[in-house]
Design a protein around this ligand. Structure first.
Ligand code: NDP
Ligand code: MG
Length: 341
């Protein structure tokens, strides 16, 4: 028995090692591409391309599925030759990852080219990211989100904010340089804390006026400069619903591309059972209230379309699973259910 156990352990650790070495080699290769312009330029000739048009990703609808096609370098060349200055277009691409076999992946925004020509050549359509993220396969959503954020960052950092001179991207697109001042700009993300507040048996969910009808989510807010995560959690909860956080626990994080590149830091927070009266900040929120376990479980089952009742009123529903808010709400349900068991 012990021998079998040892053999299983050896096999497991061999697998883990193999996984790590593939991962490490991949990360090292990507880093080389970021650091070495000529290596990256060469990689563009054998890589694959995810296409965007004015920041909308290109999708293909196959049956009921939406696919995110990777266009080969040869196919890219063929399409771009239909337009002027084909070579210059490839230069605009940014590195977004690579396969385990080191096939590099790039994202390219063809916003200045005729959309319909590309759509009919590649048999698909450029789709708004807000829709795309929720219809593609789960593994593709983070890739689309980060690719769009990087393309957006390049688009809005064409000039040096100190000298006003144009900035130049390195080939991989991991930075931009102002040659007049020597300033290097790196892609930025804004840290945002998202907090699911609980009083021990209920959780607090709120609506911002911009949310779709009937949707409630956890409280969120940008970190102020100089703040740590704990301070942001405490401040945002105080500002938005007038409650004091007693303790909090980090859950997970997620890159979120709206409005532009946020690092969502998700936390659970507890307030005292005796101090649960909400004083909502109506400049930021439209509604904030406590939900019990049963109402949350029901809400998780609801789709946006099934939220409307015959009398026109709306039953609450929560963000879809691609949003980290969904994960927080699920975790809370699991924790409550395990307490009841
Ligand atoms: N993935 C998920 O599950 C969820 C993601 N989110 C994301 O979190 C983000 C922040 O949440 P929200 O509650 O709106 O934040 P806040 O409560 O901090 O309020 C937003 C306001 O803060 C100001 N602000 C401060 N810093 C910034 C900055 N770096 N970028 C933009 N605005 C800033 C703006 O005010 P002004 O315009 O007056 O200057 C903005 O309107 C949202 O953009 C949303 O997309 C939110 C909930 C769930
Ligand atoms: Mg907020």
């Amino acid at each position: 028995m012990a021998a079998v156990y040892q053999a299983v352990c050896r096999r497991a650790s061999a697998l883990i090692c193999r996984f790590h070495s593939t991962y490490v080699r991949k990360m090292r290769y990507l880093n080389d591409l970021k650091e070495d312009d000529s290596l990256c330029r060469q990689a563009q000739t054998s890589g694959t391309f995810y296409l965007f048009h004015n920041l909308s990703p290109f999708l293909q609808e196959v049956g009921k599925q939406y696919l995110v096609p990777q266009v080969s370098a040869a196919e890219m060349k063929r399409i771009l030759e239909k337009f002027k200055e084909a070579e210059q277009w490839i230069e605009k691409s940014v590195l977004i990852g690579c396969s385990d076999e080191h096939v590099p992946h790039f994202a390219l925004d063809l916003g200045a080219l005729e959309k319909s020509v590309i759509e009919s050549e590649l048999k698909g359509s450029f789709t708004n990211l807000r829709k795309a993220l929720f219809v593609v396969d789960e593994k593709d959503s983070p890739l689309l989100a980060s690719a769009q954020s990087l393309l957006r960052w390049h688009d809005s950092h064409q000039y040096c904010s100190k000298t006003g001179q144009p900035t130049q991207k390195n080939v991989a697109g991991s930075k931009r340089v102002c040659h007049a001042s020597g300033i290097i700009y790196y892609p930025q993300m804004s840290p945002v804390v998202i907090t699911l507040v609980s009083d021990g048996s209920r959780c607090l969910l709120a609506r911002q006026p911009s949310f779709p009808q009937g949707m409630y989510s956890a409280l969120s807010g940008f970190c102020d400069i100089g703040e740590n995560v704990e301070q942001t959690v405490r401040r945002e909860v105080a500002e938005e619903v007038g409650l004091e956080v007693e303790s909090f626990q980090y859950s997970a994080s997620q890159h979120w591309p709206f409005p532009s590149s946020c690092l969502m830091i998700a936390c659970h927070a507890l307030v005292r059972e005796q101090q649960t009266e909400i004083s909502m900040n109506s400049l930021e929120l439209e509604e904030a209230r406590w939900f019990d376990l049963e109402e949350v479980v029901e809400g998780l089952k609801r789709e946006p379309g099934s939220s409307k009742q015959d009398d026109g009123s709306l039953l609450p529903w929560f963000p879809p699973k691609q949003a980290i808010a969904h994960q927080l709400i699920w975790e809370w349900v699991k924790q409550q259910t395990s307490q009841l068991a």
